[in-house]
Ligand binder design. Structure first.
Ligand SMILES: NC(=O)c1ccc[n+]([C@@H]2O[C@H](COP(=O)([O-])OP(=O)(O)OC[C@H]3O[C@@H](n4cnc5c(N)ncnc54)[C@H](OP(=O)(O)O)[C@@H]3O)[C@@H](O)[C@H]2O)c1
Length: 431
């Protein structure tokens, strides 16, 4: 691949001849990819791939750049092999376009645009998924806003989760075939492209089979939060049947998964909720007792629930309360921590170690592909058997991804009462 940057005048159709401008070393079968225009008020307008098959150039600028700005076009030449093997139907030299929610700069929800972007190319280890449902997670809003420093592809599609149908597979893909129902998670993070698009190319290792009885919406809603719950409960806390667990945030995306999986394991569950209505939901998910944390003391309610304390405390708040957690834990209690990147609360060292308790902090996206797949396959079985149900609180079409982010942010950062559960984003409604 070769990159060439060139200054051009504004509002001028950009014509180039590769042999005159760049010399004969640009192969005749090159394609021009990734045309970016940068202007002072829109630092990174990206119009994506394949300006056209360039044999021979010229390339015509598809931009309408205001005359007062100077701009820079960056052209990337990608050498395409002369012929594709017949058994590679997933590789196409003529590209078409799809709808996506995308951003080219980090910022508030309004930076999310909706429009046409080139279809993704599927790599040899990748599965091309035609998406039907995605979900919003709090981490999507941190990445979008820039709170989490991240190198993002341009354009960047937000979103970690998706469910849909396999449209194509790379030549090395073994586990999936065209037409299969699948779901995925762990996308949009650590340099990977996200899921808020009509088609996504995902490494096979992050793709999992979706049972026929589970809807795309339910799978997307359970994906990242279900994996998180599974890793925390079984890899970290090693919850056993007959043990007890306190889930702080039982009505939320993660908490509702933790409540259901713990109950399905045969543990006794006590969980918090912010209103009577949310408490009803949490009971339906399998909690034996629900603490209305806005009017009741968590420590007092746990004492009534279990005299010796609970074996596991799962904390989902961004400001963990160690004093209460250590107070309510039984001897050898385990506390799961997975939220509150900037939190530095006081910690009751003495009571903690004398009780022989342990802390288990983790982030789901650092799980190995093997750990992730084991948890995902188990989650698929739990969804299919009805042991785990999706907790969907709101739904938006892909074109309203920015509004979906605004709602998630109001719930996560402002703790508004407008949301109970996951936000679903839908695409490809007619297929
Ligand atoms: N480490 C990881 O791998 C990982 C994975 C997923 C998520 N997370 C993080 O975990 C956190 C929760 O994620 P989520 O998707 O579950 O968010 P969510 O769906 O917005 O749920 C937040 C929950 O917190 C509860 N809550 C808020 N303030 C509370 C308070 N003062 N006392 C008790 N409960 C309170 C809410 O209860 P009510 O609505 O009932 O008031 C709600 O149940 C986020 O910070 C997220 O970034 C981390």
């Amino acid at each position: 691949m070769r990159q060439i940057a060139e200054e051009v005048e504004p509002s001028v159709e950009f014509w180039a001849d590769r042999h005159e401008r760049y010399g004969p070393d640009v192969p005749t079968d090159s394609h021009a990819l990734n045309l970016n225009a940068q202007t002072p008020d829109r630092p990174s307008i990206h119009r994506g791939d394949q300006i056209g098959s360039v044999s021979p150039l010229p390339i015509q600028s598809p931009f309408n750049i205001p005359a007062r700005y100077s701009c820079t076009f960056h052209i990337v030449f990608l050498t395409i092999p002369h012929s594709f093997p017949d058994h590679s139907p997933h590789v196409s030299s003529t590209r078409s376009f799809m709808k996506a929610a995308f951003l080219t700069t980090q910022g508030p929800p309004e930076v999310i645009q909706y429009g046409d972007v080139p279809d993704p190319q599927v790599g040899e280890d990748q599965v091309l998924i035609r998406t039907h449902a995605m979900s919003v997670n709090p981490i999507d809003t941190y990445v979008r806003s820039g709170v989490i420093a991240a190198e993002l592809p341009t354009p960047y599609f937000p979103g970690c989760d998706a469910a849909g149908i396999v449209e194509a597979v790379g030549s090395s893909v073994k586990r999936f075939q065209v037409g299969e129902r699948v779901w995925t998670t762990n996308q949009g993070l650590v340099g990977r492209q996200g899921t808020f698009a009509e088609k996504i190319a995902v490494d096979e290792k992050w793709v999992f089979g979706l049972p026929d009885s589970v809807s795309f919406e339910d799978a997307a809603a359970c994906a990242l939060v279900g994996i998180t719950a599974h890793l925390g409960l079984f890899r970290e806390a090693q919850l056993q049947p007959g043990e007890s667990i306190l889930v702080i945030g039982g009505s939320g995306g993660v908490g509702s998964m933790v409540v259901q999986m713990a109950a399905a394991t045969g543990a006794r569950v006590i969980a918090t909720a912010g209103s009577d209505e949310k408490a009803e939901k949490v009971r339906a998910f399998g909690a034996e007792e629900v603490i209305l944390y806005k009017s009741q003391s968590i420590a007092e309610q746990v004492r009534q629930f279990s005299e010796r304390g609970v074996n596991v405390v799962w904390e989902t708040r961004r400001e963990p309360d160690f004093a209460t957690a250590v107070e309510v834990m039984a001897e050898r209690g385990r506390m799961v921590l997975m939220a509150g990147r900037d939190a530095q609360p006081p910690f009751p060292v003495g009571p903690f170690y004398v009780k022989e308790c342990s802390l288990h902090g983790f982030v789901m996206f650092k799980a190995t592909p093997f750990e992730m797949r084991s948890a995902a396959d188990e989650l698929s079985r739990m969804m299919a058997s009805g042991k785990v149900k999706a907790n969907i609180g709101a739904s938006f079409p892909l074109s309203e991804a920015a509004q979906a982010h605004t709602l998630q942010e109001s719930a996560t950062l402002d703790q508004s009462d407008r949301l109970c559960g996951k936000i679903i984003v839908t695409s490809n409604p007619s297929s």
